[in-house]
Design a protein around this ligand. Structure first.
Ligand code: ADP
Length: 363
């Protein structure tokens, strides 16, 4: 089984009825505004939904067609792919789609045309690839330690399996690193063999901005459409406890995302926000063509020196876009009211269709 060639997808797309396209996605994550936005732009919509989870898509009336599966992962099964192709579907990928369909299947045997870049999804999932892309872009990222004995300031320690930030910890010295590692082994969160997988990076003290960008291949331009900051458990609850009591309760902080707040950035920081978005889009074009085609997000901390440090990226719709289903502080500047990220994706597909260049944005 080899990697899917873009030409194979374009050949399938060639056979589609372009006057009867359907925008499809997995019913989870950011699918409400993807589907709603697609309808606003005049497309038919299809949701692939796990049995028992149909209610929001029915009650919010965002889906014209339902493909009901027993488990989310079946979206990558041959019979579901077949149905999607019959409906002339273009898939919009999001975080849950990537998690359930799986990178291997998306790259190797998911023969449904997609708006985005199927090959860049791995680059956000694997930390070393992600760093390579950010380094190529030349944007400021956290300093990385290759040896715990060299820890000389506060660091954040991350493990590959620690999804959603559970099991991340903060340490300021090599001794503290080892103490906390021992605790994790004792709790069976990691094994001795996994210690060397620890990713140790500079702890960036600052305020969180997750910047939601849209790279339009048609206009060759990066837009900022929204921003959010994360609401994380248990850390955001922990800080509500007075500092002296925090020491008494023996709770380890975790950073599991539970929600998002919309946020507006100090206006003088916006040139930096555009600059890092532009640089990422340029680097991605070179390293993983066709690059960051469509929605992407940079998760950043802004320090008190007013420097934006990027610690993570999403190379597809990020969950924080749910903060602006009817438009944001920024999207209204470009598009007036009601432009969500999902709708922007559909708008791009509509424009590409009008210009007769759909193949430029399909992978
Ligand atoms: P995941 O992608 O698994 O959710 P992240 O890398 O986004 O993990 O990190 C989860 C949270 O941990 C972030 O939202 C942020 O609050 C915190 N965090 C991550 N890296 C750093 C860092 N270098 N400095 C400070 N805080 C960080």
């Amino acid at each position: 089984m080899g990697k899917i060639d873009r030409d194979e997808i374009l050949e399938i797309f060639e056979g589609y009825d372009k006057e009867d396209l359907s925008i499809a996605t997995l019913g989870s994550h950011t699918s409400l505004h993807i589907l709603h936005g697609a309808k606003m732009e005049g497309f038919k919509t299809t949701v692939v939904c796990e049995k028992g989870r149909e209610v929001p898509y029915q009650r919010f009336r965002v889906a014209d067609e339902f493909i009901i599966v027993d488990e989310f992962k079946e979206i990558a099964d041959e019979d579901v792919q077949e149905k999607l192709r019959e409906m002339n579907s273009i898939i919009i990928p999001h975080g849950s789609f990537v998690a359930y369909a799986g990178l291997d299947r998306i790259e190797n045997d998911f023969y449904v045309p997609m708006y985005g870049n199927r090959n860049i999804l791995r680059w956000e999932s694997e930390r070393e690839l992600e760093r390579r892309l950010m380094k190529k872009a030349g944007i400021r990222i956290p300093y990385k330690y290759d040896d715990p004995e060299k820890i000389d300031r506060t660091v954040m320690v991350k493990f590959p399996g620690a999804r959603g930030g559970r099991g991340y910890f903060v340490a300021s010295t090599p001794e503290e690193f080892h103490e906390k590692i021992d605790l994790m082994i004792e709790r069976e969160w990691i094994t001795e063999d996994e210690i060397s997988d620890a990713h140790i990076e500079e702890y960036v003290a600052g305020t969180n901005f997750c910047i939601h960008y849209f790279y339009s291949a048609l206009k060759d331009e990066v837009e900022i459409l929204g921003m959010d900051s994360r609401y994380e458990s248990n850390i955001d609850g922990l800080v509500r406890i007075p500092a002296k009591d925090q020491l008494d309760i023996n709770l380890q902080p975790s950073y599991v995302i539970t929600g998002n707040h919309p946020v507006a950035m100090r206006e003088s920081l916006l040139p930096q926000a555009f600059d890092i978005g532009d640089k990422m889009a340029e680097a991605a074009k070179e390293l993983v063509p066709p690059g960051l085609n469509g929605p992407f997000c940079l998760q950043t901390m802004c320090t008190d020196n007013l420097e934006i440090v990027t610690f993570e990226m999403s190379a597809r719709l990020d969950g924080g876009t749910n903060t602006f289903m009817d438009g944001s502080t920024y999207s209204c500047l470009l598009y007036g009211e009601g432009m969500s990220m999902g709708r922007r994706a559909a708008h791009e597909i509509k424009n590409a269709k009008k210009e007769g260049v759909l193949e430029k944005i399909i992978t």
